[in-house]
Write a protein that binds this ligand. Structure first.
Ligand SMILES: C[S@@+](CC[C@H](N)C(=O)[O-])C[C@H]1O[C@@H](n2cnc3c(N)ncnc32)[C@H](O)[C@@H]1O
Length: 219
């Protein structure tokens, strides 16, 4: 829904579509899987530990109106902003550290795209639910679970609540107990579940980044 470091928007189509009537994203971020295609029409439950990110969802789900979206300011290159939602649009892990940011051409462009995305997609999230807190707060109901935690190595360290704070063995046991279907994401080197290769994407400095997935099918 918004620019977010590590979001799955570009590759959401590579994951299996939901088979269940409920989608739960227990590591929500910008919830690209739930918003993809017609997935959003289901009951969607998001869980996000970063209170600032959860507050963006609270606003989108319960408060924002087409008029308030239309009134969102444009950002000019060179201006400074301390708005977390603006800062997120730098789409870098540093966004979680900055208190103020100087608007770059990339950030201004990303923000412009998001203003249009909010206006076009607001109606899709009105019935969604957001829980601010740990992934273990997700209701244990039959669902398609899209589990996209901070990756154990590399990029997962960047978030305010990053890989360093996660017990991956406990997470693996929790994933295995989720009722319904599970789609669980990881990068190269994550071995806490039997992940399979999904995609190899062009990364920074000519390197490639590996996307891996663990699929679990329930009843
Ligand atoms: C890889 S991002 C999710 C990206 C998302 N799939 C998207 O498309 O934007 C991981 C998210 O998990 C959140 N997170 C980290 N630890 C968490 C925890 N214990 N419980 C819930 N959310 C957590 C981070 O704040 C971050 O937003």
């Amino acid at each position: 829904m918004f620019y977010y470091y590590g979001r799955k928007k570009q590759i959401a189509r590579h994951y299996p579509p939901p088979r269940q009537e409920v989608i739960i994203e227990p590591f929500a971020g910008s919830a690209a899987y739930a918003l993809h295609a017609d997935h959003w029409q289901r009951r969607v439950i998001l869980v996000e530990k970063d209170a600032r990110v959860a507050a963006v969802w609270e606003w989108l789900i319960h408060e924002a109106t087409p008029a308030s979206i239309a009134a969102l300011p444009e950002l000019s290159v060179g201006q400074k902003s301390s708005e977390f939602l603006h800062i997120l649009h730098a789409a870098t892990k540093m966004a979680f550290k900055y208190r103020t940011i100087k608007v770059t051409p990339v950030l201004a462009r990303n923000w412009e795209i998001s203003r249009r995305t909010f206006a076009a997609n607001l109606h899709k999230v009105r019935h969604w639910e957001i829980i601010c807190g740990d992934y273990t707060l997700a209701p244990q109901i039959e669902a398609t679970w899209f589990v996209d935690p901070p990756y154990r190595h590399g990029p997962g360290t960047g978030y305010a609540h990053g890989s360093g704070a996660l017990d991956y063995d406990a997470l693996a046991a929790w994933v295995r107990a989720c009722p319904g279907d599970v789609i669980c994401c990881e990068g190269a080197g994550g071995d806490w579940l039997p992940f399979e290769p999904l995609l190899s994407l062009p990364g920074v400095a000519g390197k490639r980044s590996e996307e891996r997935v663990y699929l679990q099918t329930g009843g």
